[in-house]
Design a protein around this ligand. Structure first.
Ligand SMILES: Cc1cc2nc3c(=O)[nH]c(=O)nc-3n(C[C@H](O)[C@H](O)[C@H](O)COP(=O)(O)O)c2cc1C
Length: 173
């Protein structure tokens, strides 16, 4: 089992996949199990995971995020939230996005542990993506697309992280 610090360092945005390698179903299931255990506000678990694997659906979905590298992913995970299920605080704030973010990061970390690359993708065209996924974009909203596959080059896992200095993000009052 990897140490958390090593796993977090290994998790990196992968934007080039090995198109000759399929992702085994049992490996995907293990990744999904880690996401299923993610915490959520009031334990509402408002997330749904749509696994896009067929060539035809992958092609349709790539119209929502037209990048050559995105087309190299053998599988794309669409993380959808149901706003009628998510917890809303007394002031009305909807926590669906917060919950989905934790879910997605669990997915990405679990994938990295299994030498799978992922990349958060939120810069998609929602209209196109909603049509392909068959969701209304209102009650059910796509939060992120996560392409997943074995990277074309494993050295990506040792890429240095560019992050703010600790002094810029931690304060004490
Ligand atoms: C909410 C969110 C949305 C993102 N959307 C995109 C995206 O649409 N396209 C993309 O190439 N990367 C996207 N990224 C990846 C970030 O650019 C990346 O996580 C950041 O630069 C840090 O690099 P690292 O993931 O390699 O550590 C997104 C990341 C997050 C957390």
């Amino acid at each position: 089992m990897m140490k958390l610090q090593d796993l977090v360092s290994k998790r990196v945005s992968v934007r080039s996949f090995d198109t000759t390698r399929v992702v085994e179903n049992d490996v995907l299931d293990e990744v999904f199990e880690i996401a299923r255990l993610a915490p959520s506000a009031c334990n509402k678990q408002p997330w749904r995971l749509v696994v896009v694997k067929s060539k035809s659906k992958l092609t349709e979905l790539s119209a929502a995020y037209d990048r050559d590298w995105f087309k190299t992913a053998p599988v794309v995970l669409a993380v959808v939230v149901d706003h009628t299920e998510s917890w809303h605080r007394a002031d009305g704030k909807d926590h669906a996005d917060v919950d989905a973010s934790i879910f997605v990061e669990h997915l990405c970390l679990a994938a990295a542990e299994k030498d799978l690359g992922t990349c958060w993708v939120c810069n998609f065209n929602p209209e196109v993506a909603n049509r392909v996924l068959g969701i209304d974009g209102v009650e059910k909203e796509l939060v992120a697309l996560v392409p997943i596959g074995y990277p074309s080059d494993n050295s990506v896992f040792s890429k240095a992280k560019i992050r703010k200095d600790m002094s810029e993000i931690v304060s004490e009052i």
